[in-house]
Design a binder for this molecule. Structure first.
Ligand code: FMN
Length: 201
């Protein structure tokens, strides 16, 4: 099949695009508003975009609070969502009124960050404390719900020692949750090693 998004129809019951870019890790984005009130929401448009310095992005398709808070404060914390906390992650996608605390709603405990104001989440093994590097505006059908990609520089990285084995982060020890298309999810429980060829021999 072939279709031109926005021009021709895919003739499928659901938009297939997100199923074509999968799996996507889920960034559990913690922010505070100008008054310091916490906000927490999952974002599957989330990934690493640069290594040195380390940078990550999340992208809001009209979800308002995380974007507004990062614009206002220039900070966020990206927690890498583990499969074991799927229920809490789902709770945090509830459209609570601005200022209402998703940590409390989902029964999560806050921990203080080191370099930024937004909180860490007790029980999550990886957190990245971020300063906003750039916000890239994206097309939006509704001016009241602007869409944008937030790129952050990681200024502090917390890794639970329990998931480090032989000096390396062992992803199978915390099974990050990944989003597929539609309502589908996956997690990584098995990995394999591929050594690079020595092309210059
Ligand atoms: C697993 C999962 C992934 C999500 N990914 C995104 C995303 O990438 N972008 C987005 O705008 N909303 C996404 N959502 C929906 C938001 O989490 C939801 O709209 C939330 O209420 C936004 O909160 P906020 O307005 O406090 O930022 C996702 C929801 C779930 C459950």
């Amino acid at each position: 099949m072939f279709y031109e998004p926005g021009k021709t129809t895919h003739n499928l019951p659901h938009d297939p695009f997100k199923a074509c870019v999968a799996p996507r890790p889920i960034g559990w984005i913690s922010t505070v508003d100008k008054a310091g009130r916490p906000n927490l929401a999952p974002y599957s448009f989330f990934n690493a975009v640069h290594g040195n310095p380390p940078m990550v992005m999340f992208s809001s398709g009209g979800s308002v609070d995380s974007l507004r808070n990062t614009r206002d404060t220039g900070e966020f914390v990206a927690a890498v969502a583990p499969k074991s906390m799927l229920r809490e992650i789902n709770f945090c996608s509830a459209p609570l009124p601005p200022g209402e605390d998703e940590f409390e709603y989902a029964g999560l405990e806050k921990l203080p960050a080191t370099c930024v104001k937004p909180h860490l989440i007790k029980g999550v093994p990886i957190h990245m404390e971020c300063e906003v590097f750039q916000i890239v505006e994206l097309p939006s059908a509704n001016p009241e719900k602007p869409c944008a990609m937030v790129i952050g520089t990681v200024v502090g990285l917390h890794i639970d020692d329990a998931i480090i084995r032989d000096g390396m982060v062992d992803i199978t020890l915390f099974e990050p949750l990944a989003r597929l298309g539609y309502q589908e999810y996956a997690s990584i429980s098995e990995t394999f090693t591929v050594k690079r060829e020595d092309f210059w021999k």
